[in-house]
Design a protein around this ligand. Structure first.
Ligand code: AMP
Length: 178
């Protein structure tokens, strides 16, 4: 086993699946045991940053809310800035917005208009890729801002939901696939 296989096996073992949270039928992937373990958290960030040398990424963008934790740490690792994509109404300055459909209703996310420079090399990160709606909307926002998305990274991918199909044309990488 390579060291990265070991790290992925340890990550997989630490992720806690909570049935029927926050509503019946959802198998919630709880990443808090990963965050609470210094070695696991560090190896998770190593893996998220693995495709890039310091200097190769201008901005790491994280998606509200657990994506912030992983994206901010990855930005520090790569020596670049961090930018949040937030739920509508949370950012104080001028924003670009993007809406996407949920099973019932819709959601809108936003980014500050001046947060990502046109042509910026961006790594987009979230904790979980489920149906892909959130990440696809975040990618659309970044394209509106003129960003060059290098990769979209997730700690966890729920492969059976086929969220990747919403991210066609973008390099998608996830550390653990369920
Ligand atoms: P989606 O837009 O369906 O890909 O959902 C992605 C967002 O919802 C991510 O920001 C996750 O934090 C959250 N999410 C969706 N499904 C789960 C799950 N089973 N466990 C934990 N978080 C989830």
């Amino acid at each position: 086993m390579t060291s990265s296989n070991h790290a992925i096996a340890a990550l997989t073992a630490a992720i806690r699946t909570v049935p029927d949270f926050p509503k019946p039928g959802v198998q919630f992937k709880d990443i808090t045991p990963v965050l609470a373990d210094a070695k696991l958290f560090a190896s998770c960030i190593e893996l998220l940053a693995a495709d890039f040398q310091p200097g190769a990424v201008d901005t790491v963008v994280g998606i509200d809310a657990r994506g912030f934790i992983f994206a901010a740490a990855t930005a520090l690792k790569l020596g670049c800035g961090f930018v949040p994509v937030r739920k509508k109404g949370k950012l104080p300055w001028k924003t670009l917005e993007e809406s996407y459909d949920l099973e019932y209703g819709s959601n809108t996310i936003a980014i500050h208009t001046d947060a990502v420079k046109p042509g910026a090399r961006v790594l987009l990160i979230d904790d979980v890729l489920a149906t892909g709606g959130t990440a696809a909307a975040a990618a659309a926002l970044l394209k509106k801002a003129g960003a060059n998305i290098l990769e979209v990274n997730f700690v966890i991918e729920l492969g059976f939901l086929n969220g990747r199909s919403k991210l066609r044309g973008l390099p998608v990488r996830s550390l653990v696939v369920f």
